[in-house]
Design a protein around this ligand. Structure first.
Ligand code: GAR
Length: 207
């Protein structure tokens, strides 16, 4: 059984999707053992507490420099015996140390079809604003491993979502979550826990 540690910053609907999938028995080879937040007021922490999942808070601003933060987060994740780390709306960029310590073991959910609308500055509602501004007709979500390039790691799963006339960033965000993020994130985590993902030359192979 793999220990799943989920990193959050906000509302935690993706965390909820993981909890629900676990309760339905869809993540049979893993267990959410800890939820770590960058924000002490994140509603995601309440979701974890409601489900008797251990929680912790680590804030970048409590550390003098980024390296000290990177080191502390790495130690915290090691102390929780994390086998897989899920970034479920985690809004702090990860450092080299933590990425190196958990190579191909950190899964992020991004609310667009990478390589579109991704990279530094593309997070949350901003991603949907840019997709609407550009006038794309299809967007979606991507579950991928995290490497040192922002949103540049090996892609695990993607799902497309239609853009409709009259969409606002908020409406589109909700549709992308419901139709794509909440489906592919638990699926990617389940595949990882079942050792069904192989990474070679920057690509994943699902077996
Ligand atoms: C989600 O849409 C997630 O894809 C996005 O933030 C939202 C968090 O919602 N993440 C990023 O933009 C990361 N670059 P949640 O807290 O309700 O899961």
């Amino acid at each position: 059984m793999k220990n799943i540690v989920v990193l959050v910053s906000g509302g935690g609907t993706n965390l909820q999707a993981l909890i629900d999938a676990q309760q339905r028995g869809e993540i049979a080879a893993g267990k959410i053992t800890c939820v770590i937040s960058s924000n002490p007021n994140a509603y995601a922490l309440t979701r974890a507490e409601n489900n008797n999942i251990e929680t912790a808070v680590i804030r970048r601003k409590d550390f003098d420099d980024f390296d000290a933060y990177d080191k502390a987060l790495t130690e915290l994740l090691k102390s929780k015996n994390a086998d897989v780390i899920v970034l479920a709306g985690f809004m702090t960029i990860l450092g080299r140390r933590v990425i190196g310590a958990f190579e191909n073991r950190i899964i992020n959910i991004h609310p667009a079809l990478i390589p579109s609308f991704c990279g530094e500055g593309y997070y949350g509602l901003r991603v949907h604003e840019e997709a609407l501004k550009r006038g794309v007709k299809v967007t979606g979500a991507t579950a991928h491993f995290v490497n040192e390039i922002c949103d540049g790691g090996p892609i695990i799963l993607q799902k497309a979502v239609e853009i409709k006339s009259g969409d606002t960033p908020e409406i589109l965000q909700k549709r992308v979550m419901e139709q794509a993020e909440w489906k592919i994130l638990p699926k990617a985590v389940a595949l990882f826990c079942e050792d069904k993902i192989t990474v070679k030359d920057g690509r994943t192979y699902l077996n």
